[in-house]
Write a protein that binds this ligand. Structure first.
Ligand code: ADP
Ligand code: MG
Length: 249
């Protein structure tokens, strides 16, 4: 059994069946990519995993426990962290201040934005944040205003904010969208490093096939809300059904 087990999940928005019969099993300590054309339901599926949406049918088990009916915060506490399609960092805080938010949340079980003001007295947490910034090569940017950073650095910070919570499952929704090639390659290297160094499972939604084939151990192709094929990366390349879904062949 995988660390994440999605069974028969369906989700409807009004007249649109965004997801139907979604079955997905993600093995522990692997990187599982979910690919598919725009509108296939990839983000909707991710939202169902983190409690932002509640599926109409089916079940989602993480580490043997049902996530359905739990709040996003409770699911986060179970060990699932998620990087959004657009970076969700606090632009008017510095890199270091942003890092303190998930650290306070991990320690206190609640997000306390105001707490970052008094953070310098929290030596242990500051050191933990510093170690994490080091790991993502952002130590030199610790006092930078987050709003003024490149898209790549914002992503990197957001990833660090997730990783510092030491999640068992990291969910990434198009982490390289809108990035320059150099930033994309940096992100690939960072994720490879994380995979090697930590006990972590990664589920990644990604358009850039270079990123997918650099990282994924398995790939699920989602089309019109339902999994089309799931296989090893080398089997997905050139798969007739995948070509059909992407190219209309
Ligand atoms: P993907 O991430 O694969 O591009 P999405 O999951 O964002 O696709 O969207 C799947 C389908 O569901 C799309 O047709 C989209 O317009 C629709 N959709 C997504 N979220 C909502 C929502 N909150 N309300 C209504 N329709 C939605
Ligand atoms: Mg999406």
């Amino acid at each position: 059994m995988g660390i994440l087990e999605v069974k028969d999940v369906g989700k409807r928005f009004g007249g649109l069946q965004a997801l139907s019969d979604v079955n997905l099993s993600v093995a522990e300590n692997t990187c599982h990519a979910i690919i598919g054309p725009n509108g296939a339901g990839k983000s909707t599926l991710l939202n169902c995993l983190v409690g932002k949406l509640i599926p109409d049918t089916g079940s989602v088990l993480f580490d043997g426990q049902s996530v359905l009916g739990r709040s996003p915060h409770e699911i986060n506490q179970l060990g699932i962290s998620r990087v959004f399609q657009t970076p969700e960092i606090f632009g008017d805080l510095t890199v270091m201040e942003n890092m303190m938010i998930p650290l306070f949340a991990k320690r206190d079980g609640a997000y306390r934005l105001h707490a970052v003001k008094g953070m310098w007295s929290e030596r242990a947490l500051v050191e933990e944040a510093e170690r994490m910034l080091d790991e993502v090569n952002m130590a030199d940017k610790r006092n930078m205003h987050s709003a003024s950073m490149s898209r790549g650095d914002k992503r990197r910070l957001e990833m660090a904010m997730c990783l510092v919570q030491d999640p068992k499952l990291l969910l990434l929704d198009e982490p390289t969208a809108g990035m320059a090639r150099a930033d994309t390659n940096n992100t690939i290297d960072l994720l490879k490093e994380i995979k090697e160094k930590r006990d972590i499972t990664i589920a990644i939604i990604e358009h850039d096939m270079h990123v997918v084939f650099s990282l994924a151990d398995r790939i699920t192709v989602l089309a019109q809300g339902t999994p089309l094929v799931e296989d090893l990366p080398e089997k997905i390349k050139g798969h007739p059904k995948v070509r059909e879904a992407y190219l209309g062949e």
